[in-house]
Design a protein around this ligand. Structure first.
Ligand code: GLN
Length: 488
C-alpha cells in the first residue's frame, strides 16, 4: 500500500477489490504519517482510536454489502481549528494546549458519515492568523518541497500533509487566503468555497464574516468529492446556505471551450517575473482549450489589504474575548485578583500575532475611530464585492496568481508583519466578496518551487471553477508528492 500515491478513487477501487480493508489502510496511514511527521511537523496529534473506529464502520458496511460512502476509507487530516469530540483541538495556541472539545464540527460529522477516516489534527498559525505557519505555539511547519521554506499559512499543516503524502485529502480554514496560499506554496489543490457553502459550526471563530472551511487534495477531482460531502445547509449555522449541493465531480468534465475567463490587470502589474511566467502559461493552457481570455479590471484591489486587516482584526478582537482563563483555556497560576487572572491568562497564553491583532481590532472599533476605520472598511468591502459583480457580467471566471511569490524561507518575513500581510494581496479580495476561489498547481520555478493559479467564479458557481481547474491541471505538468521537480 503506497499511501502517497492514493487518491479517493484509488482507495475506493482497492476496497472494492479487497486489496486491503479500511482498517488495514487506516493502520498503515497512521504508521506512515507518524514516521514522516518529524520531517515537517505537519500534525500536532494523531487520532488512532477515532480513525480505527471509523474504519471499522466502513468495513462493516462493506461486509453487509452497503454503500460505505464517497470517502470510504480515505485518510483525512483536519486542521486543528476544527473541533473534534474527544480529540484535542488546540488552534495552534498555548491557551488551548489541553482543550478537548465535547462536540464535533458539522464538517467533521459529514466527513465521517461519508466514510472518511480522520487520522490526525494539523498544525496551523495560532487561531489561523498568519501566512507562514510560523505563528503556531507548537513550532513551525516545514514545506515538504523544501524544508528550509515555509508551507504557507495558516493551514500550513494540512497543505504539507497532503503534499507530503501522509493524508489523501485534508480540511483547512480560509479567512483571507489560508487554504489557497499554502496550497500554492506546497503544490497541491486548495479550495475556498462560497461563504456559507460549508457550515462553520465547530470551526473556531477568527473573523466570522470571512471564515470558511475548505478542502486540500492532490487532484482537483478529490477536492470536488470532498467539498460535496461536507457542503450544504446546517441548522446549527444560520449563515450556512440552503442552495442545493451539486455533484461537483460530475460537473468537472465537459471541457472549458467557450468559457469567458477574465484576467485582472491589477493582479499581474507588479508580479515577480517567474510567478507571472507560470501564471501566463496556465492562462495559455486555458486559451489552448478554447477559453476566451479577456483583460478585466478589479479597481479596488489596492485597498484589499487595509480593508481586510481592519475587518478581520475587529472581528477577531471580539471573538478572542472568550479566552479568559475561565472557559476552555489554561489559567495563569500567578494571579491574586480577578482582573489579574484575566490579564495574566491572556498575556501568558496568546502569542505575539494574536496580541497584535486584538490590539489593532480593539483600536479600530473604539469610540472615535470606529467611523474612520471600521465603517470605512465596511464600505470598501462593498466596493470590492461590486467590482466582482461587475466583472462577472462580462466573464464566467477570473484567474490570476494566488501569491506574489513562491514559498519563502523560514524566518524571512516573521519580523515584518506588514510584509507578511502583503503576501495575501491576491487572496483577500475573493474572501471579502465571499465568492468561491481555489488554487490549482500550475508549474514550478527553476528552483523547483510550486506556484498555484487562482480561479474565482461567482457565488455558488463552484462547478465551473472545478471545470477550469481540471483544465489547468491537465494542461500543465503535474506535481508529485514530496519530491522537488524542476520544470523540464
Ligand atoms: N494570512 C491571512 C491572515 O493572517 C489569512 C489568514 C486566514 O485565512 N486564516 O489573516
Amino acid at each position: 500500500m503506497n499511501i502517497p500515491s492514493l487518491t479517493i478513487g484509488r482507495v475506493r477501487e482497492g476496497l472494492g477489490k479487497k486489496e486491503f480493508s479500511a482498517r488495514e489502510l487506516a493502520e498503515e496511514a497512521l504508521r506512515h504519517a507518524a514516521e514522516e511527521n518529524p520531517k515537517t511537523n505537519a500534525y500536532l496529534h494523531f487520532s488512532p482510536e477515532r480513525a480505527l473506529a471509523a474504519a471499522a464502520r466502513v468495513d462493516e458496511k462493506l461486509a453487509r454489502g452497503e454503500d460505505p460512502g464517497p470517502l470510504a476509507g480515505v485518510p483525512v487530516a483536519v486542521k486543528d481549528v476544527i473541533v473534534t469530540r474527544g480529540v484535542k483541538t488546540t488552534c495552534g495556541s498555548r491557551l488551548l494546549a489541553e482543550y478537548v472539545p465535547p462536540y464535533d464540527a458539522t464538517a467533521v460529522i459529514r466527513l465521517e458519515q461519508a466514510g472518511g477516516i480522520i487520522i490526525g489534527k494539523t498544525n496551523c498559525d495560532e487561531f489561523a492568523m498568519g501566512s507562514s505557519n510560523e505563528n503556531s505555539a507548537f513550532g513551525p511547519v516545514r514545506n515538504p518541497v523544501d524544508p528550509e521554506r515555509v508551507p504557507g499559512g495558516s493551514s500550513g499543516g494540512s497543505a504539507a500533509a497532503v503534499a507530503q503524502g501522509t493524508a489523501v485529502v485534508a480540511l483547512g480554514s480560509d479567512t483571507g487566503g489560508s487554504v489557497r496560499q499554502p496550497a500554492s506554496f506546497c503544490g497541491v489543490v486548495g479550495v475556498t468555497p462560497t461563504y456559507g457553502r460549508v457550515s462553520r459550526y465547530g470551526l473556531v471563530a477568527f473573523a466570522s464574516s470571512l471564515d470558511h472551511i475548505g478542502p486540500f487534495s492532490r487532484t482537483v477531482r478529490d477536492s470536488a468529492v470532498l467539498l460535496r460531502a461536507i457542503a450544504g445547509r446546517d441548522p446549527l449555522d444560520s449563515t450556512s446556505a440552503a442552495a442545493p449541493v451539486p455533484d461537483y465531480a460530475g460537473l468537472m468534465d465537459g471541457g472549458v471551450k467557450g468559457l469567458r475567463v477574465g484576467v485582472p490587470r491589477e493582479y499581474l502589474k507588479d508580479l515577480a517575473s517567474e510567478t507571472a511566467g507560470l501564471i501566463e502559461r496556465g492562462i495559455e493552457a486555458l486559451r489552448g482549450q478554447g477559453c476566451e481570455i479577456k483583460e478585466i479590471s478589479l479597481p479596488s484591489t489596492d485597498y484589499s489589504v487595509a480593508c481586510y486587516y481592519i475587518i478581520a482584526t475587529a472581528e477577531a478582537s471580539s471573538n478572542l474575548a472568550r479566552y479568559d482563563g475561565v472557559r476552555y483555556t489554561g489559567r495563569s497560576a500567578n494571579s491574586e485578583t480577578l482582573s489579574e487572572m484575566y490579564r495574566n491568562s491572556r498575556g501568558e497564553g496568546f502569542g505575539l500575532e494574536c496580541k497584535r491583532r486584538i490590539m489593532l481590532g480593539t483600536y479600530v472599533l473604539s469610540h472615535g475611530y470606529y467611523d474612520a476605520y471600521y465603517l470605512k472598511a465596511q464600505k470598501v468591502r462593498a466596493l470590492i464585492a461590486r467590482d466582482f459583480a461587475a466583472a462577472f457580467e462580462q466573464v464566467d471566471a477570473i484567474v490570476g496568481p494566488v501569491s506574489p511569490f513562491p514559498a519563502f524561507k523560514l524566518g524571512e518575513k516573521i519580523d515584518d508583519p506588514l510584509e507578511m500581510y502583503l503576501s495575501d494581496i491576491y487572496t483577500l479580495t475573493g474572501s471579502l466578496a465571499g465568492i468561491p476561489c481555489m488554487s490549482v498547481p500550475c508549474g514550478r520555478t527553476a528552483q523547483g518551487l510550486p506556484v498555484g493559479m487562482q480561479i474565482m467564479t461567482n457565488h455558488f458557481d463552484e462547478g465551473r471553477m472545478f471545470r477550469l481547474a481540471a483544465a489547468v491541471e491537465g494542461g500543465v505538468p503535474p506535481v508529485t508528492p514530496g519530491a522537488a521537480q524542476p520544470l523540464p
